[in-house]
Design a protein around this ligand. Structure first.
Ligand SMILES: Cc1cc2nc3c(=O)[nH]c(=O)nc-3n(C[C@H](O)[C@H](O)[C@H](O)COP(=O)(O)OP(=O)(O)OC[C@H]3O[C@@H](n4cnc5c(N)ncnc54)[C@H](O)[C@@H]3O)c2cc1C
Length: 568
């Protein structure tokens, strides 16, 4: 049977306290009770997750959402769970006190959100869009829109959706065709078709604010011609706006979260911020959105690893025929899989927390140099956290299924759902290939490697603190590969084909170095379990880093075989 007891939170609190720059965060907040607060919040989050969300998860997966009388109806029990989430104040955690939020740092939000996502990742899809919309409106909306929307979005009374994608405009956002026309009252009217939209309609809140990217008349081609609009589902007079869900996608996973094809038929809208600045304005939400996906991956990976560990402790199979069979975790290959899963989860968690702290400091630091460094580190870590989170969810669920054999493949256990739910994390919010391009084009070339250099400094400082031995040597050698690979990619700035051919390997190498840095910190600061996880992660880090390094250096040559493939 699936495990439904509250999650163990003491280890998470210890890791929160051990996060790099945690003391500086407490200092900048002027609050030394952050660790105690983490303890209380995580305990309450764990209770909510296990009591409300864990039982809902398989039910939502089986029932899914449907369209009834032209509206999206969520699965049985979803509305009650959402009401309990809202009434418990959970949507307010990291939101600004100016609009009724608790103003807590992203670090505490991320730590609590992992537990919710571990219990039911589809449930978290709506609060994630709400959080993104709050960031957008806070940064760019006029005062009247802020006053109307921010308190209600903060409390969770109203919801929001983020509407960018179209059939012809997925990764290539600049091809968006949805049109915005001015109307007589100074408002705008939106017309077009959007695809893949999460929670574009539902029965969980009375009103939804759709944040929509559209093209204004005479706007430039490409991304520069896009503007951002707020389209309310219900107008001030109580009538429904001209927004219609045409279809729900039938997906591999995340069945509890409706993914909608949406039509806008002259829907009433208000411009947010400046015309033609829509895409750049979206960057206001990117930190929390990408961090959200990393946290989703962490939640799913942690759930899968823990389920496999508990199963392997109980299930008996193999051993001498004249004796009672041994438990699965007595076998070398099963130990390998369990160690790998645990090490991946612990290092990812450390990186998620470290990124959240840097994102918090980027808002809190008053000294311009310290602020710039926190911003650069956040921007460096985000594509790594987003991609590694997505990969961790799928890989760890896959290994958990392997550990559990046939039991892992059937629906009595949650791991097959983890695998299906988690597969999308490397696709939405910027597919992995696009994250890799971001790292090379923006972080390395445009930002002149400020984030990378800041990371190399702090990782080498950690090496200085570490005991001599193979783990320390492993990270040092991976960092040398990263440094040297970055030099090669800089030299290829005028040969983008070579650089882009190695971009994904560069992302992987940067991810190995970031998690390797965390692993070395776990060895220095963690308890026995964390030290073991850190040591295991570093045990083969150097050869893995060398392999990615070789792939980067191969550049476009590595792809020369494609022509023959295409001809064949
Ligand atoms: C469950 C789900 C929920 C979603 N929710 C939302 C939502 O709420 N709002 C919203 O607006 N969208 C949403 N999306 C859409 C999502 O953001 C897109 O699927 C994503 O941006 C990728 O676009 P695409 O699917 O068209 O893939 P494509 O753009 O066709 O990309 C396919 C592959 O090609 C690669 N690729 C594309 N272009 C390049 C390039 N120039 N260089 C290198 N590689 C490239 C990509 O990395 C990817 O691996 C959701 C999608 C799903 C599946």
């Amino acid at each position: 049977m699936p495990i439904a007891k509250p999650y163990e939170t003491a280890a998470l609190v210890a890791q929160v306290r051990a996060t790099w720059a945690f003391d500086r965060l407490c200092d900048r907040l002027g609050d030394d009770s952050l660790g105690d607060m983490a303890e209380a919040i995580l305990e309450a989050a764990s209770r909510f997750a296990s009591e409300v969300l864990t039982p809902l998860n398989p039910a939502m997966d089986r029932e899914g959402c449907r369209i009834e009388d032209g509206r999206v109806k969520t699965a049985t029990g979803h509305a009650e769970a959402y009401a309990a989430f809202r009434d418990g104040g959970w949507p307010t955690l990291e939101k600004s006190v100016d609009h009724g939020g608790q103003g807590l740092p992203l670090l505490l939000w991320a730590a609590a959100q992992e537990l919710f996502d571990r219990a039911c990742v589809a449930f978290g899809m709506l609060p994630s869009s709400q959080g993104a919309a709050v960031r957008l409106l806070e940064a760019h909306a006029d005062e009247a829109i802020k006053a109307e929307w921010l308190p209600k979005l903060t409390s969770g009374e109203w919801a929001s959706s983020i509407i960018i994608s179209e059939v012809e405009a997925g990764s290539d956002v600049g091809r968006i065709r949805t049109q915005a026309q001015t109307s007589a009252d100074g408002r705008w009217a939106i017309t077009g078709e959007k695809n893949w939209i999460t929670f574009a309609d539902h029965d969980l809140t009375e009103r939804i604010g759709h944040c929509v990217l559209a093209r204004t008349p005479g706007a430039a081609q490409g991304a520069a011609g896009l503007s951002l609009f707020l389209v309310p589902s219900v107008l001030e007079d109580g009538s429904r706006n001209a927004v219609q869900v045409r279809r729900l996608e039938e997906k591999m996973g995340l069945h509890g979260s409706p993914t909608c094809a949406v039509g806008f038929e002259g829907a009433t809208a208000q411009l947010i911020g400046r015309e033609g600045r829509g895409l750049s304005q979206l960057f206001a939400m990117i930190t929390q959105m990408r961090l959200s996906v990393g946290v989703q991956g962490l939640g799913v990976a942690a759930g899968a690893a823990e389920t496999a560990r508990a199963y392997a402790e109980e299930r008996r199979q193999g051993g001498a025929p004249d004796r009672q069979p041994v438990t699965l975790d007595a076998h070398a290959d099963i130990r390998r899989l369990l160690l790998l899963g645990r090490a991946r989860v612990e290092t990812l968690r450390g990186l998620v927390y470290a990124t959240a702290v840097q994102a918090d400091l980027a808002m809190l630091e008053r000294d311009p140099a310290a602020r710039a460094e926190a911003e650069a580190l956040t921007a460096w870590f985000l594509p790594l956290v987003k991609t590694l989170g997505g990969e961790a969810a799928f890989d760890t669920a896959n290994e958990a299924i392997q550990v559990m054999g046939g039991a892992g493949y059937v629906r009595d256990w949650p791991v097959e759902q983890y695998l299906r739910d988690g597969r999308v994390f490397t696709i939405y919010e910027g597919a992995s290939g696009m994250q890799a391009l971001d790292l090379v084009h923006r972080r390395l070339w445009r930002d002149e490697a400020k984030g990378l250099n800041a990371f190399l400094r702090l990782a080498r400082d950690e090496i200085e603190l570490a005991e001599a031995g193979p783990p320390r040597q492993a990270l040092a050698s991976a960092l040398d590969c990263l440094d040297s690979a970055a030099d090669q990619l800089r030299r290829w700035r005028n040969k983008p084909w070579d650089a882009e051919a190695g971009a994904f390997a560069f992302l992987q190498l940067a991810g190995l170095c970031a998690t390797g840095w965390i692993a070395l910190r776990l060895i220095r600061l963690g308890d026995d379990g964390l030290r073991a996880a850190g040591g295991y992660w570093l045990s083969d880090l150097a050869p893995r880093a060398s392999l990615e390094y070789a792939r980067i250096l191969a550049g476009g040559q590595g792809l020369a075989a494609f022509a023959a493939l295409a001809a064949g």
